[in-house]
Design a protein around this ligand. Structure first.
Ligand code: FAD
Length: 359
């Protein structure tokens, strides 16, 4: 076509063609630039943790508690506007998905509102865990307590990544929602968790009657109730944890001072069993701890005549841990279906109205 145009010396048609060509190119460049600009804008807007897209975080710190367990502190590359700790508080249990980009898989992990503070720069094991307060500089920090399986993919990969490595996170995913307290109910304080003192420091008097719960936790499942008590606006009733583990003192060492303070404050009672299967068979201690479910009458206003009773009266049990653990405690979970309540809790008179199996 070009050849014909030159041969005929048809300059007006040629310049028209040139003009059209330049026009089309300019429009294409414009459209491309606009779509790149839009994509850039979209990438830039992907700063807030969201279920719709992955957001970049970086690994700040890691500490191996023993050969199978480690703590991993991550921080969002861009500051977060939404404070997920305050947003979810006592109302929701939540987790995030971490992407392993080489094998295109994601795994859920339950974050804790904690950051590490090094006491001695020359000794990386000399650190303590502090609860993240409502401070903008810490907004975007998440702490994970992770178990690495010898033949597992993602946890093993996370255990080896260098400090500063970027991770992609998506969420939060709500794993359980609790009923809301009346709007004018108090917010329980968490400042005492960062203080040096161990004693009962504050008055936890709520305006309304609250309800207590049990958590049966296997292994890293313990992070779930801990999220609920360490978060800003924490759970308002008392929590009883029945924890199955191999070595409690070693496997949870950095978290023990916080658990101790929470127990002192009477917000938490933790019973651990290093041979849980045996305990389930014999039920010597567990039978004394776990009674039938109590009933909850509602968030009624507390009167002066109401007893300030320290006893934990759980109305609900949440069960979290490996499949075998859940099966023994309350019967198997079938994918998204809860399945009937059997196992230990079934025998004790608990049912689907008062037991929930988490993943
Ligand atoms: C809502 C939710 C929250 C979670 N929060 C945490 C958390 O805070 N910390 C944490 O460490 N994990 C947590 N998990 C588990 C986590 O998502 C992964 O399943 C775990 O890290 C194993 O993944 P992997 O890729 O390393 O191993 P995979 O490659 O998936 O598995 C490898 C091997 O390990 C075995 N295996 C995998 N998971 C378990 C298990 N839980 N118990 C026993 N054997 C297992 C498999 O049978 C397999 O043989 C959570 C899971 C869910 C659904």
């Amino acid at each position: 076509m070009l050849k014909t145009l030159f041969k005929k010396g048809n300059t007006s048609r040629l310049s028209f063609f040139k003009f059209s060509l330049i026009g089309v190119s300019t429009i294409s460049v414009g459209v491309l630039s606009y779509s790149y600009y839009k994509k850039y804008q979209w990438e830039q807007s992907k700063t807030e943790l969201s279920q719709q897209h992955f957001v970049k975080y970086k690994i700040n710190w890691r500490n191996f508690i023993d050969k199978d367990h480690f703590l991993l502190e991550v921080e969002s590359i861009k500051p977060q506007k939404v404070n997920s700790w305050k947003e979810n508080g006592y109302k929701k249990l939540w987790s995030v998905e971490v992407k392993q980009p080489q094998i295109h898989v994601v795994r859920n992990y339950t974050p804790l509102p904690l950051k590490h503070v090094n006491s001695n720069e020359n000794n990386e094991d000399d650190f303590s865990l502090k609860v993240i307060q409502d401070d903008a500089s810490d907004n975007g920090k998440l702490m994970f307590y992770i178990k690495k399986y010898d033949n597992g993919e993602v946890a093993r990969w996370l255990s080896k990544l260098p400090i500063g490595h970027e991770l992609e996170l998506r969420g939060p995913y709500i794993d359980y929602e609790f009923p809301l307290s009346p709007e004018d109910e108090i917010i329980l304080d968490t400042n005492f968790l960062n203080s040096k003192n161990r004693g009962k420091e504050i008055d936890d008097k709520t305006k309304y009657k609250q309800f207590d719960i049990n958590f049966f936790t296997g292994g890293t499942g313990i992070v779930t109730p801990l999220q609920l008590v360490l978060t800003q606006d924490p759970f308002k009733g008392k929590i009883q944890i029945i924890h199955a583990c191999n070595d409690y003192k070693k496997g949870l060492k950095p978290l023990l001072p916080l658990i101790d303070k929470l127990e002192n404050q009477n917000r938490l009672k933790l019973h651990y069993f290093e041979d849980f299967r045996n305990e389930l068979k014999k039920g010597k201690n567990l039978n004394k701890i776990i009674e039938k479910p109590y009933s909850f009458v509602g968030f009624n206003q507390i009167n002066d005549s109401d007893n300030d009773d320290d006893k934990i009266k759980p109305i609900f049990s949440l069960v979290v841990g490996p499949d075998g653990f859940i099966e023994n405690v309350c019967g198997p979970k079938f994918d998204l279906h809860q399945g009937p309540i059997t196992g230990f809790l079934g025998k004790k008179g608990w049912d689907n109205d008062n037991v929930f199996k988490l993943s």
